[in-house]
Write a protein that binds this ligand. Structure first.
Ligand code: CU
Length: 143
């Protein structure tokens, strides 16, 4: 009986270890910054993104709404926004070419045509050009 208990405890410890170290997003994903709102690289803008439907699923086209403000909180209008991204661990880009399609008002822009064709660590990169200048921002997404 005690041998059985030892085996049971050993199995439980092993299972917990596997769960603890399981890393579906690839190398380093435990420390990924998954924030959906952050300053752009040079601090010109605060950029926030939100998917139009949660949870984000693989394999389907979907849209995001990007909200653009300057650091004091004022919305940024008339921005040009380019979208890029991919999977750094896999060395490939996005399977589609998402575009900013619509200005929704109050600094909000619709991004359409995003599709993640596998699970793992993705990045979405945005290049923003507006009155304050050009800046970029990268978001990590783990599926
Ligand atoms: Cu991939």
């Amino acid at each position: 009986m005690s041998r059985f208990l030892v085996a049971l405890v050993a199995a439980a410890v092993l299972a917990l270890g596997v769960i603890y170290f399981y890393d579906p997003g690839g190398a380093g994903s435990e420390t990924l910054d998954l924030a959906r709102s952050k300053p752009s690289v040079n601090g010109l803008y605060i950029v926030a993104i939100a998917p139009e439907a949660e949870p984000v699923e693989t394999g389907v086209l979907h849209g995001w709404v990007l909200t653009l403000t300057v650091p004091d909180g004022a919305p940024v209008e008339d921005a040009q926004i380019e979208v890029g991204g991919g999977m750094p661990d896999h060395g490939h880009g996005l399977p589609t070419s998402p575009e900013m399609t619509t200005y929704l008002g109050e600094g909000r822009y619709r991004i359409e045509g995003v599709r993640f064709n596998m699970g793992g660590w993705w990045v979405l990169d945005f290049t923003v050009r507006a009155g304050p200048g050009e800046d970029t921002v990268r978001f990590n997404i783990r599926l």
